[in-house]
Every structure is written in C-alpha cells, then in structure tokens.
Design a protein around this ligand. Structure first.
Ligand code: BV8
Length: 255
C-alpha cells in the first residue's frame, strides 16, 4: 500500500477502535535530547546497564549507581516534551478509551500533560527509602548529599525505578496486560521491544486481535507482526497521524 493508503487505512481503524493504547520506549524522548539505551550514543554505552541498573550493583556500590542516576537526572532535567509526547497527551482527551503505557522513567509524558500514565519501570524523579519503602518526589539536580538519605529515618534512598532482575509493580503490569488484552489498536512507539515483560504487551494485544502500529526509524522484532509500520521519528509521525485524524473528523462533521 502507498503511504497515503496506509494512513487512510490507519485512520479508519483508529476511528472504529474502542480501546486504543500507546506503549512507548526511550525512542519517543530521543527528539527531546535524551539518549536512548541501545542506540549508538546509548545511555548505557558510558556505563553497562547490567553493571549498574541492578539491585546487586546498588548493594555493592550505591555511590557509583547514584553517580550514574544523578548524571542522568542532570541530563534529563532541562529537557522538554516533544511533539510526539504532546500528541499522546492530546489523544488522552480526543480518543475516548485511550491508555498510555511507558517504559520510560524521564517523566516527559506527564510534563506534556498526560495524566493517566502507567510507568512500568518507575520514575527517575522519585526516590524510595530502602528501609521504610516510602516514596518521595525529588527534582533536585545535582542531588546533595549524594547518595541521598531518608529525611525520616536516615536510611539510604534509592531511585524509584525497576532494575533488571526486579519485578515490576504487580498492579501496574497487571493493568497494562489487562488493557492490552482488550485493545483494538496499539501504537508501539520508540522501543526496541527487547525488555520483558513490557515487550510481551504487544503480543498480548495481537492475541486479542488488535492491530499493532509501530513507529520507529529502525525495524524491531515486533515489525513482522505490525499491521502498520511507520519508519520514522515519533516527533514527525505522530503529528502526521494526528493531523490526518483531525482532518477526517472535520470532513465528517461538515458532511
Ligand atoms: C522482571 C529502568 C521478573 C532502569 C529498565 C523474558 C525474556 C528475556 C528476558 C527476560 C524475560 N523476563 C525477564 C527478563 C529479564 C529482563 C529482560 O527483559 N532482559 C532483556 C534485556 C533480555 N527483564 C527484567 O529483569 C524485568 N524484571 O522481569 O522481573 C524477573 C525477575 C528475575 C528474573 C527474571 C524475571 C525488569 C526490566 C526493567 C529494567 N529496567 N529501566 C533504568 O532506566 O535505569 S529497562 C530499560 O530498557 C528502560 O526502561 C527502557 O525503557 C527499556 C527498553 O528499552 P527501550 O525503551 O526500547 O530503549 P532502546 O534504546 O532499547 O530502544 C530505543 C528504540 O527507539 C530503538 O528501537 C530506536 O530505533 C528507537 N528510536 C530512536 N529514535 C527514535 C526512535 N523511535 C521513534 N522516534 C525516534 N526519534
């Protein structure tokens, strides 16, 4: 199909869809200036994720792990949501049953105005007490002291994120799978689709008969299953789809 026919077919699906989901990964924040994980300038090139984003690394050397997170917070702090985040925030209003599920910890979906965001892997702006389990919001950059300590009990705080080998919050991942199992259309935006259990969500949607729309400059293991595959950047493609959707709705209203 030509790209226009593709777009027309997608808009048709989007208009008929009852439940729409967007699942995002670090690629949607790339145009905001935040490096992805596995790309050439990847966040993890500087450090090896399996060396740092794990509970074992934190137990062994909390200072080093905190240096890495503090560096990432400093990198993320001035960054703003891009057009891709903004379209998904607008769809929360425009599309009746729309759900946003993200693997990202940068908080940019909320900054773009999305209110209902399922953050599968936590949020880098939240710190959790290693003793009490209490969670605090903290945007201080750089953090001082480093590593940060709990104001209540003085214990070490950790980033409120999900490390490799740690289970996701059962409520959050449970909601994500139940939404995926009853959606008609799932946009999968800016993810290499290799990290589980997040990478199983599109498969759950496909099993439920949903169509998957992949938006990514590169192919991924999901591409072969996608009904629509847009090779491009989220900040270009999502606004294009949004414009086509609004155009068709305007024509519909006029008729
Ligand atoms: C768990 C938070 C139970 C921390 C992260 C089943 C099979 C295989 C392995 C496993 C499995 N089940 C569990 C595992 C182990 C592991 C795993 O999946 N390993 C993989 C790597 C093989 N999973 C876990 O450990 C999970 N826990 O399952 O608990 C358990 C317990 C013990 C033992 C077994 C099971 C926890 C996973 C969460 C880890 N935490 N982050 C932190 O960030 O510091 S994961 C990390 O990867 C980020 O959250 C990130 O979001 C996520 C996925 O990466 P992507 O977002 O996809 O980023 P990536 O760079 O890879 O890709 C970017 C994409 O964007 C590219 O495709 C690129 O082309 C595209 N792009 C670039 N520019 C643009 C763009 N797209 C659009 N527009 C652009 N402009």
């Amino acid at each position: 199909m030509s790209e226009d026919q593709d777009m027309g077919a997608l808009i048709g699906r989007l208009q008929r869809a009852k439940n729409v989901i967007a699942l995002t990964g670090s690629g949607i924040s790339a145009e905001s200036g935040i490096p992805t994980f596995r790309g050439k300038e990847g966040l993890w090139k500087t450090y090896r994720a399996q060396d740092l984003a794990t509970p074992q690394a934190f137990a062994r050397d909390p200072e080093l792990v905190w240096e890495w997170y503090d560096w990432r917070r400093g990198l993320m702090s001035p960054k703003l949501p891009n057009a891709g985040h903004q379209v998904l925030a607008a769809w929360e209003e425009a599309i009746p049953q729309f759900a946003l599920i993200t693997q990202n910890i940068d908080g940019l979906h909320r900054r773009a105005g999305s209110r209902n965001v399922l953050e599968l892997h936590g949020n880098i702006w939240r710190l959790r007490c290693t003793q009490e389990g209490t969670v605090v919001e903290n945007h201080e950059s750089p953090l001082s002291p480093l590593p940060p300590l709990c104001a209540d009990c003085g214990a070490l705080l950790r980033p409120h994120v999900v490390w490799f080998g740690e289970s996701l919050d059962p409520d959050i991942i449970g909601q994500a799978f139940s939404l995926s199992a009853r959606c008609d259309l799932m946009f999968v935006v800016g993810t290499s689709a290799v990290v589980h259990p997040a990478a199983s969500l599109p498969l759950a949607a496909l099993e439920a008969g949903a169509a998957v729309v992949e938006i990514n400059p590169e192919p991924t293991p999901l591409t072969q299953h996608a009904a629509f595959s847009f090779r491009g950047k989220a900040g270009d493609i999502l606004p294009r789809i949004d414009r086509a959707l609004r155009e068709i709705s305007r024509v519909r209203e006029r008729d």
